[in-house]
Design a protein around this ligand. Sequence first.
Ligand code: 13P
Ligand code: 13P
Ligand code: MG
Ligand code: MG
Length: 368
Amino acid sequence: MAKITLSIIKADIGSIGGHIKPSQKLFEAVESHIKNKGKGLLIDYYIGFTGDDVAILSTHQKGVLAEPIHRLCWDALIVGTNVAKSQGLYGAGQDLLKDTFSGNVKGMGPAIAEMEIDERPAEPFLFFAADKTDPGAYNLPLYLSFTDPMHNAGLMLSPEIKKGFKFVIMDVNYTEADKIIELNSPEETYDIAALLRDPERFVVESVWSRATGEQAAVVSTTRLHNIAGKYVGKDDPVMLVRTQKDFPATGEILSPYAIAPYVAGFMRGSHAGPLMPVKKNSSISFFDGPPVVSCLAFCVKNGKLTEPADAFDQPFWDYIRNKASQKAEEIRRQGFYGQAMLPFTELEYTGIMETLNELEKRFKVRKK
Ligand code: 13P
Ligand code: 13P
Ligand code: MG
Ligand code: MG
């Protein structure tokens, strides 16, 4: 088998009743476009939603950022947007920020996570999709799964995994082009931590095995406010992670999600809330949240996908969901105050800046 490419292209193109979930009609329109127009182009596909975001996972042999694949998905999202408009859905076409398609959807609004791989004899991988948060939400889980034996027993038990992993980290505040740094664990683990502690600025873009040079993970790094110049919605990132053998085991990748760490997002993309692991096709509710992440496990052979196994649909995660609910309720008790709401840098394009600018004029410096 030649190389195959796993592609996720994801966007919010409209939602029932606010920012909750897409309509059945919208979802079916996207799916039937991919099914009909993807013939001869895609080997296989899977479409799902997490909160108000629709994600198209496809397999093909066109490589990453391939025009025909991106055009197919862009057109499917346009078709879905038209349905959203016809049904009066909220935020129809929300993440489609540009009018004309030019080669690929990078910088146009949708989130992209793509990997070209040499298929292993058995090729298990995980498809993550999060809503009401931003790409930095994967920083802590990836750090723990790939560098910390408290979550990854393979770092102690497997000679290949012990060789460590290369992290490619992006400075997402730099908007002229991609600004990245490559750091190796274990030698540079503390440097990796020094960057990843600031998930609004530094985002893991990809992770690579040092034993084989093979790619283990890829994350969508889009920051919508950097494209639109104003707040249009949270970035709601997707991620692909290959597992087993020279990569962490599936359970080692899942392990850190038991922390339900506080991440940026939640109501109006402006608050902190716990990242709750949810089942596939889950919707959003409490305070437009909490931030959620779904994870579907697949195997792929010659580009053909198995049915998904829903990684967070298991009794253990009900317990974590209860804990995450408690964390959500607890931080909501302090409303807009302090750590419950994001710092100014994350709010800079919203009405609060106008208020602060007005108030600034009324400040007086008291004479000594
Ligand atoms: P195998 O021994 O089947 O590769 O499984 C190891 C493992 O991933 C258990 O967590
Ligand atoms: P989305 O980014 O998921 O559309 O959410 C926007 C929002 O403002 C929720 O309150
Ligand atoms: Mg939305
Ligand atoms: Mg969303």
